[in-house]
Design a binder for this molecule. Sequence first.
Ligand SMILES: [Zn+2]
Ligand SMILES: [Zn+2]
Length: 487
Amino acid sequence: MPFQRLNDDILDIILTHAADFAVVLAATLTHKRWHAAYTHHKAGIDRRVLVRVMGPRRIAAALCSIRTKAWVGPCREFTIPGQPAVEEIINRDFRECHMDLRISDAEFPILLEYARVCHQLELEYSRWSEDRPTQRARSPAERDAFQLSVYRLWRFSLFCSDDCVFQDASNDDLFSDPGFRAKIFYAAYTAQEIHNLHAIIDWMREVIGRYGSAGSMSSHTIRMCCIVGGPQTVLNIIKTPHKCRTILEAVRGLVYADRQGCAGDPRFIYEARNLLATTAAVNAIPASVDRRIITPHLYEPLCWKCLAGPGVPLFNHNNWENSPLDIRIDDSLPNWLQGNLKYNDGERRAFLQYLGIPDANTPSYKRVKGIPTIRGMTVARMFQALCCLNPRAQSVRDADTVAPGPDEFHGLTRNSLLCHECLGRLVQARLWLFWWRVKEAHSEGEARKANCWFGYLCDQQFAYHAANFNHVCRPTWEERMARGRGA
Ligand SMILES: [Zn+2]
Ligand SMILES: [Zn+2]
């Protein structure tokens, strides 16, 4: 049947079967009849699409958080005489498996908002996973585990956030006790589900560390902020990383309830449920718990240099551009030069001239003689050059300038995976050497200058001394002294 002859009810039904909201939106943009059908029945279509996209398990998890909050929020007394304790009521009446899946009009907008936040976090999570060169797509089980964990985090957050009964000063100790957390929250979940939730909280803490400056906050406090503030707080930081500190400081609730940021909770539960002996290794996991559900990187390779991992983001030529390292091809690049070289104005200027970058500190300067300007330097090209660089001496002059023998990155190739720290060490170890080779190759004047005995560590890198001695070299003072003493 041609599209024009389909009646409105059929369009309506088709829209409610869209795979997700993006499809609904796309349809409304393609034809005015789709648009009209959607605007006339928006509420109904939204609800049906959301229910199908989420599926019963995730809806139950989200509704459980929403309903627990609605019930616990106004309840300011922990125990009401003659009534069961709050924890008993929560465990009896607010369990995912017992949730009535009918969504009330008041609950729907909250559910929609939870789904939106969860979706955005999941996008970020998959981007994060793609940064790891695994090329491994996440399975539906992993996606399910991720989303369930996010919906459950709202519920966990409720028990320690500002508007919960356990925030009451006289009750502070309640949430601080892992036994109480076990009773009020963990009792409803399997060991696997608890593992998944904490793996996601660990990821959130890591993301915050990567995106924003949290000031002097410890990683345990940041972890606790993820729990107290909940998924929305984490998303806010991802969206506005420059406000990271303000957002974290604004998190109200039991931020200091646990010194480990609740990181020890899974272990506590494993032992309490006799899944793990108290003598098991610190980060042991019960045999029944599958790490892979949410930590596919377990099977990833380790850092080439320090063997860090698994679970640590690694970088090679496939993703250098995405490295979180603060390395940019602008006038901040000379700051990566070794020792005091970064304070040497002459070297700085010549290096920036080579890269074709205007120096904000000295906007009008004369060109440094002999140093050319290359075009199109990128972060990836810089890493490529550092990887390929041979750190051994290439000439007699070199022998006095570079360290003897192979350096700590000897054998590294563009395929070698490095963690964040080691990537930074590579730049520290080789950027000055790279710069030395450029000078040596292009400027006879520079290559002829005698090496300062204190090399890049010299603290007199200015004026006459800096103009007459090369400082892009290793310190040889001690070596010379030893030779002088006839050693
Ligand atoms: Zn490493
Ligand atoms: Zn010097």
